[in-house]
Ligand binder design. Structure first.
Ligand code: CP
Length: 313
């Protein structure tokens, strides 16, 4: 697999995804059996301008488990004169002298692409504004593959702030590569899926249904879907419509009532962190796989690092 940078979901085809998943399976053996020295001598730089726990630690753990080393900044612009002056481009060129791969999270959409244009070393997009979060979506896709045995023909409900979730946008681009996919968009107005993504899915043969309102039909959908993919509904997305936010917080919840209607072999996913949209009572149910996603994410990120640094087990 030729992988120079990881910038957006559209750069992958199904063959690459299959290869990546096979590599991730092999990485799982390393996680289970102990350390590896596959990336010994290599250095990863985490350059995070926007806070993260999961993504940053996941990449750093992946690098450590493969025997590499890590340089880390979790508030990159706070700790640098870049706050006052300087550009992302200059920082990326500079970091390229210190590290062999840069994992970048930035508040502006398109920043990973900008970085890749000047970088001496591979750039991995760890989230750029509300645009994309391709490695989160890769681990989501791998989770579906592992838990359901395949992705073609999956019926999935995407629930939450669809307008602003970069994970859901990337996942949408990935799902469009598979056949027979049906997607239910479930969101409070006006946080529905953006028109460009709706058009993209439609053009690529994905069948979709829109459920936009303050009382989502979660129990009804539970009888139909293979996957509930749930995300946060942040208060900021509602502006001054605080009543709608409070209603959404009560209504957009996967709880015992929804679980009762779900198919036996369906799954509940969440990129985490969660607020109240998946009730803690759901955690013990075998269909709740959001913590398994964390494990699959580690394997996928180990696979990405080994592919991008051209090392194989
Ligand atoms: N899922 C995810 O991107 O979480 P973080 O913001 O903690 O990285």
């Amino acid at each position: 697999m030729e992988l120079k940078h990881v910038l957006e979901a559209q750069q992958f085809d199904k063959k690459m995804l299959k290869e990546l998943f096979t590599l991730a399976d092999r990485m799982e053996e390393i996680v289970q059996n102990g350390e590896s020295d596959l990336l010994r001598g290599k250095i990863l730089a985490s350059l995070f301008y926007v806070p993260s726990n999961r993504t940053r630690f996941s990449f750093e753990s992946a690098m450590c488990r493969l025997g590499g080393r890590v340089l880390s900044s979790d508030r990159a612009d706070s700790f640098s004169s870049e706050l006052k002056a300087g550009s992302l481009e200059d920082t990326i060129i500079t970091m390229g002298y210190y590290a062999d791969v840069i994992v970048l999270r930035h508040h502006q959409g398109g920043s990973a692409k900008r970085a890749s244009k000047v970088s001496r070393v591979p750039i991995i997009n760890a989230g750029d504004g509300t645009a994309q979060h391709p490695t989160q979506a890769l681990l989501d896709l791998y989770t579906i593959e592992r838990e359901l045995g395949g992705i073609d023909g999956v019926v999935i409900a995407l629930v939450g702030d669809l307008a602003n979730s970069r994970s859901i946008r990337s996942l949408g681009y990935f799902l469009a590569k598979y056949s027979g996919i049906k997607v239910h968009f479930v969101a409070p107005p006006p946080l529905g899926m953006r028109e460009d993504m709706v058009q993209y899915l439609s053009k690529n043969g994905v069948i979709f249904y829109e459920h936009y309102g303050l009382e989502p039909p979660l129990a009804d959908l539970a009888r139909k879907v293979d996957v509930f993919y749930v995300t946060q509904i942040p208060m900021e997305s509602f502006g001054d419509r605080l009543d709608d936010y409070e209603t959404s917080k009560r209504q957009f919840v996967i709880d015992r009532r929804v679980l009762k209607s779900m198919k036996k072999n369906s799954i509940i996913m969440h990129p985490l962190p969660r607020q109240s949209e998946v009730a803690p009572e759901v955690d013990k149910d075998l269909r709740a796989v959001y913590f398994k996603q964390v494990h699959y994410g580690l394997c996928i990120r180990m696979a990405l690092l080994s592919a991008i640094l051209k090392k194989r087990t």
